[in-house]
Each structure stands twice: as structure tokens, then as C-alpha cells.
Design a protein around this ligand. Structure first.
Ligand code: B12
Length: 215
């Protein structure tokens, strides 16, 4: 029933049109399309297509930038909707979340942050391009239960290992759990670097965080 709308969403990202993407997100809310479905089945396929085009050399950096801007415009509209229903009193745990040093991809990390907050976690989003040591310092300062590290580049993935090592150096492990994610990240990689878990998307991240804290 929403197929046409989902296809328009995909195209708004491909065309890198933030105004159109925001308008379609508003339309989705009016039509009572679930916000997560709009993101995952509407906008993200467009981003994936742009990523593939860029990988093949058919699209260029400005296309990637505009697709990212369009995606951010859509998620800005949908974010408050995702937060709804998450007004729980009990805090399930405290999470420090960021994108690792050298990496400025923020869309997936921000979505994970929103979903964890909606599920009842207290999330401290420490942004992008975060130095390894900062993850450990912030985790200690805030008394985090979980540190989430996002990486979207094969070159910055290795930084996730450095974050685990920084937490070790600060004596925060194994009490503080580390979860990792991002397009190139796999379960095998998480195991190899000694992380406590891998989440392939924002929904999986919530399930993982709950499981690690026995919730
Ligand atoms: C948009 C985008 C950008 C935008 C980002 C805008 C922004 N504000 O975030 C901009 C233009 C800045 C950008 C820049 C670059 N990009 Co880019 N980018 C993308 C693109 C198209 C989409 C990423 C995205 O937002 N996906 C949507 C979100 C929702 O998905 P996600 O990030 O995967 O997150 C989900 C899961 O992975 C998981 N998750 C994510 N983080 C975490 C964390 C935890 C703890 C958990 C549990 C789960 C989890 O949950 C999320 C939600 O469901 C991807 C292609 C792709 N399909 O991934 C390329 C891509 C990642 N980029 C790529 C490249 C090469 C670059 C540049 C180097 C290009 C250049 N020449 O300058 C720069 C690097 C800049 C830097 N230093 O970081 C390559 C990486 C190749 C590689 N294997 O390393 C890709 C794969 C494109 C390609 N096919 O070549 N990019």
C-alpha cells in the first residue's frame, strides 16, 4: 500500500533532495507509516544505491554528500516519532556512543542512538571522529554500562580495536561492555577484537544492549 511512497523516498535520496526527503517523511507520518519502516524500506535503499554507484565510480563525492544531507533531513523529521513510546521511567542502562576517529559517518550511529533512547537507555552521543581515548574517558566519567563504536570505513574499523584497548588500559573492562557496528563490521570482527557484541542495525543494537545487561 505504501510502495509508491517508499519508492519516492528512495528517489529523493538518489536525487539528493533534502526538501523532498523531508516532505516525504512528513507525508509518511500523516499516513501513519511506521517511522522505522520509512527509514529502512524507503530512505536507506536510496543511500545504498548511491553508495554502490559511488563504489563503481558512476557517482561522485558531491552525490554522496547530497544523499547524506537528504537522509539527514528525513531522519530529522522522523526522529521525534521514533522517540515516541519510549517514555519509560526506568533507565535500562547508560550508553556512550560515537563514530570512531577518522570517520565522520553519523547517520547510522544517530539512528542507533535514537532507538536505544526510545527503548529506555540513557544515551550519551559523543559525536563523530572521536579519539579512541575519549571513548574511555567519557565512559569512566559517565559511569557507562556500554560503549558503542560505529565505523563505516574499512580503514577506520581498526579503530574499534583501539577503543577496546583504551577501555582495557583504563581498567574499565570487563564491566563496561563494548558493542560495535557499521557497514563493513561483522560478528567475526567483533569477536576478533574482543568486543562483546555486534549489531547489524539499530533494532539489533537494542536487542544486543538489553541482552548484555540481562534486560
Ligand atoms: C552517506 C555516506 C557518506 C556521507 C556521510 C554523511 C553523514 N553525515 O553521515 C559523506 C559524504 C560524509 C561520506 C563520506 C565518505 N565516504 Co561514505 N558513504 C555514505 C553511504 C552512501 C551511506 C552511509 C549511511 O549513512 N548509511 C545508512 C545508515 C542507516 O546505515 P549504517 O551507517 O550502515 O548504520 C546502520 C548499521 O550499520 C548499524 N550501525 C551503525 N553504527 C553502529 C554502531 C553500533 C554500536 C551498532 C551496534 C550498530 C551500528 O546500525 C545502523 C542503523 O541501522 C555509504 C554506503 C553504504 N551503503 O553504507 C558510503 C561509504 C560508507 N562511504 C565510503 C567512502 C569511501 C567515503 C569517503 C572516504 C569518500 C571520499 N573519497 O572522501 C568519505 C569518508 C569521510 C570520513 N572520513 O568519514 C565507502 C566506504 C568504503 C570502505 N569499504 O571503506 C562507502 C561504503 C561507499 C562505497 N561503496 O564506496 N559518506
Amino acid at each position: 500500500m505504501h510502495d509508491e511512497l517508499l519508492d519516492k523516498m528512495r528517489r529523493s535520496i538518489l536525487e539528493g533532495d533534502p526538501d523532498r526527503a523531508a516532505a516525504l517523511a512528513t507525508e509518511a507520518i500523516a499516513l501513519r507509516l511506521a517511522p522505522l519502516e520509512a527509514i529502512q524500506r524507503g530512505f536507506v535503499p536510496g543511500l545504498n544505491e548511491v553508495g554502490e554507484g559511488f563504489g563503481r565510480g558512476d557517482l561522485f563525492l558531491p552525490d554522496l554528500v547530497m544523499a547524506g544531507e537528504a537522509m539527514k533531513a528525513a531522519t530529522a523529521v522522523l526522529d521525534p516519532e521514533l522517540q515516541k513510546g519510549g517514555l519509560q521511567r526506568e533507565i535500562l542502562g547508560r550508553v556512550v556512543l560515537g563514530t570512531v576517529q577518522g570517520d565522520i559517518h553519523e547517520i547510522g550511529k544517530t539512528l542507533v542512538s535514537t532507538m536505544l533512547s526510545a527503548a529506555g537507555f540513557e544515551v550519551h552521543d559523543i559525536g563523530v571522529d572521536v579519539p579512541f581515548e575519549t571513548f574511555a574517558l567519557r565512559a569512566r566519567e559517565l559511569g557507562a554500562d556500554i560503549v558503542g563504536v560505529s565505523a563505516l570505513l574499512t580503514t577506520t574499523m581498526t579503530g574499534q580495536r583501539h577503543v577496546v584497548e583504551a577501555l582495557d588500559r583504563h581498567g574499565l573492562r570487563p564491566r563496561v561492555k563494548v558493542i560495535v557496528g557499521g557497514a563493513p563490521v561483522t560478528r567475526g570482527w567483533a569477536e576478533e577484537i574482543g568486543a562483546d557484541g555486534y549489531g547489524q542495525d539499530a533494532v539489533a543494537a537494542v536487542a544486543l544492549a538489553k541482552a548484555l545487561l540481562g534486560r
